[in-house]
Design a protein around this ligand. Structure first.
Ligand code: PAF
Length: 293
């Protein structure tokens, strides 16, 4: 298949921003948008599925955004699998015969970030704690690219996986701060049968690391069970967390308010247990939500 051409009636893959803007101008409909970095798995497909349930036309971006990777991170080895990604999108679209998907897959970062645009979007506060503290500049890179994609694509609604919970909050805050007319929909984490949350980075894991990685899901599940929806159990959960953190492979493991992301959860109704476990050079990120009374 050659990119930039009509693949099937209902899918187009566009590499150039100017072509995408032209395409977008051909119809003034409300559209749904799924931003990704490609190397698609069922987590991404669940976002597409939801978008196709709500919109006849869905824009789907595949762009490995250099601005959200630190200098020692995996930008160069991040898997790029465009042909396979397009096939997965086609297979999803089969279930929506009246719909269409426009894939925006710029290969050259200048398409997204023209040299004469110097704008950086930074969401104050949220971007510098937890994941943002370990990866300085990461959320500025995410917010900047998502803002730029929103500006090019002009969706009514955009879909994000809740696996990257802090990212989801950063995007929601950005939309609120800039008063963008875009709804943000968070979608549930998709897991392997044993519990590991799907992620493009899971393929970096050896078979042995993969079985050890279940520790992450199991630990979050234990904490959720200790809390058992009761605020009085939170101190017990915190003692378990303190004990667990003796394993230095945890980058972090902590509980925050699901809405405000505050560490003070004394009045929270919904809390999120967030964790990153370091598996060799791979950081496995996951979270679990708990309602509390
Ligand atoms: O979650 C991702 O895949 C990326 O962070 C996103 C939102 C596509 C921005 O590059």
């Amino acid at each position: 298949m050659s990119h930039g051409m009509r693949v099937k009636n209902m899918i187009k893959c566009i590499l150039k921003t100017s072509d995408l803007i032209k395409e977008r101008q051909t119809e003034l409909l409300d559209i749904g948008f799924v931003p990704t970095m490609g190397n698609l798995h069922q987590g991404h497909i669940s976002l597409l599925h939801e978008a196709l349930k709500e919109f006849k036309t869905v824009y789907f971006s595949i762009f490995v955004n250099p601005k959200q990777f630190g200098p020692s991170e995996d930008f160069n080895r991040y898997p790029r699998t465009l042909e396979r990604d397009i096939e997965l999108i086609e297979n999803t679209l089969i279930h929506f015969p009246d719909s269409k998907v426009i894939i925006y897959a710029p290969e050259n970062p200048d398409e997204v970030f023209p040299k004469d645009r110097h704008q950086v979007i930074s969401v104050n506060g949220l971007s510098t704690v937890l994941e943002g503290k370990i990866r300085p500049g990461h959320f500025d890179g995410v917010a900047t690219v998502v803002y730029r994609l929103f500006d090019i694509i002009k969706p009514s609604k955009a879909y994000f996986g809740l696996k990257d919970y802090q990212q989801y909050l950063v995007i929601k805050q950005m939309v609120n701060d800039l008063a963008l007319p875009i709804k943000i929909q968070g979608m549930p984490i998709i897991r392997e049968i044993e519990g590991l949350a799907l992620s493009s980075r899971n393929q970096y894991l050896t078979a042995e690391q993969k079985s050890t990685s279940l520790l992450l899901f199991n630990t979050l599940s234990i904490i959720k069970n200790i809390i058992d929806q009761k605020r009085v159990n939170i101190p017990k959960a915190n003692s378990f967390i303190t004990e667990t953190l003796k394993d230095p492979n945890w980058n972090y493991l902590e509980i925050r308010d699901s809405e405000t992301f505050s560490e003070d959860i004394s009045h929270s109704k919904n809390i999120t247990i967030l964790a990153v476990y370091q598996m060799g050079s791979t950081r496995l990120l996951d979270n679990m939500q708990v309602e509390v009374q």
